[in-house]
Write a protein that binds this ligand. Structure first.
Ligand code: GDP
Length: 381
């Protein structure tokens, strides 16, 4: 009687969870089956090995969001690179201001969204460009709108998290900032250092050497070394790729070490199609009197590796670091500041009331619960 009931329970459980149960291992059957010392049920497949598939299906259905920021002075090829990366001309409508207009130009934030679909996988990409950065004669504080923008996205996310509709938060946080270094300098310039020092604890900075086709191989090697040395000297922490896992296959490890070795990425962008000298294939490139440079040719620049890094291998890690490190830093700082402000306000209030010798000088009365609740409500709304 007992074993019959147990048998039924075992079967109905397996049906509910979609698990497969070996008949030798029916619960209470007493057989050790193939499980040996594992005891009853040790051979039972519960079915959660399919979790990755379920999560994958759900994620694919929902689609992915990614926000990429590009920073660097005008003319370094930011919009051309974005068009080359995503095979779309996002900036067709952009008008370049005259030199006079740019004399007093301040940094703007230009946000564009595109939806990409590859084999049914949807990527909602937001590109945040920063035209005007470092354009004016007086560039003091030209980093401020960029820093404010990043802070505001964190603040918005924090408020949304505290709000009632936290299930449907739209994430505007910047997951990666491609910082364009000029190929004409001798490493980082003061404005590069200033901006990166302000942003490195708030966003994943990935340094890019723009217009790599304007440098010889030796010059490029030299510039890369100088940029890395400058970052080190100024203690700027750019995005650090995680160490490869020991269980990663040989190909993955090789690919990751190739990518790691070429940071800062030296890139070339183009909106024109040329014929590849090697393959005869039509491809994005730049035609010069002496030949053709191909954007996607790894012998010509690091564009292909940058694209693999961004879209193929490290997008999720960039999002994780944004969430777990940069946003958490912001949140902790925000909460600590709010608390110390509030403590200060309570203390001031206490002192005022004490000096007036009011009868309400007891602490409970001074902590104005109503006021605090109102303040919290305002914060959340
Ligand atoms: P942005 O102001 O940084 O967005 O720069 P643009 O993408 O508008 O490019 C400015 C100019 O540089 C245009 O004439 C582009 O054709 C050119 N350009 C863009 N990328 C490259 C590159 O990789 N190499 C060279 N030599 N020129 C480039």
């Amino acid at each position: 009687m007992m074993s019959g009931i147990r048998g039924n329970v075992g079967r109905s459980e397996s049906m509910r969870t979609g698990a497969s149960v070996d008949s030798h291992d029916s619960v209470g059957g007493g057989s050790t089956g193939n499980g040996g010392s594992g005891g009853p049920g040790s051979n039972v497949r519960l079915g959660f090995a399919n979790l990755p598939d379920q999560m994958h299906r759900k994620a694919v259905k929902k689609g992915f969001n990614f926000t990429l920021m590009v920073v660097g002075e005008s003319g370094l090829g930011k919009s051309t690179l974005i068009s080359s990366l995503f095979q779309q001309d996002l900036y067709k409508d952009r008008e370049l201001g005259s030199a006079t207009e740019r004399v007093n130009k301040t940094t703007e934030i230009d946000k564009r969204q595109i939806e990409l679909d590859e084999k049914g996988v949807k990527l909602r990409l937001t590109v945040v460009d920063t035209p005007g950065f470092n354009d004016a004669i007086n560039c003091q504080d030209c980093w401020r709108p960029i820093e404010d923008y990043i802070d505001n996205t964190f603040e918005q996310y924090f408020k949304d998290e505290c709000g009632l509709n936290r299930k449907n938060i739209v994430d505007h946080r910047v997951h990666c900032c491609l910082y364009f270094v000029s190929p004409c300098g001798h490493g980082l310039r003061p404005i590069d250092v200033e901006l990166m020092r302000r942003l490195h604890s708030k966003v994943n900075i990935v340094p890019i050497i723009a217009k790599a086709d304007t440098l010889t191989q030796a010059e490029l090697r030299d510039l890369k070394e100088r940029v890395l040395a400058d970052l080190d000297r100024h203690k700027i922490q750019t995005y650090r790729m995680p160490d490869t896992d020991s269980d990663d296959d040989e190909e993955t490890r090789r690919q990751e070490s190739d990518i790691r070795a070429c940071i800062p990425f030296a890139v070339i962008g183009s909106n024109c199609v040329v014929e590849s000298a090697d393959t005869g294939r039509r491809t994005r490139g730049r035609q010069y009197p002496w030949g053709v440079v191909e954007v996607e040719n790894p012998k010509h620049c690091d564009f292909a590796k940058l694209r693999i890094f961004l879209l193929g291998t490290h997008m999720q890690d960039l999002k994780d670091i944004t969430k777990e490190v940069h946003y958490e830093n912001y949140r902790a700082k925000y909460i600590t500041e709010r608390m110390s402000k509030r403590k200060g306000a309570v203390r001031d209030d206490f002192e005022t009331r004490k000096s007036k010798n009011t009868t309400e000088a007891n602490f409970e009365a001074i902590v104005d619960t109503e006021g605090l609740l109102k303040e919290k409500e305002d914060e959340v709304c």
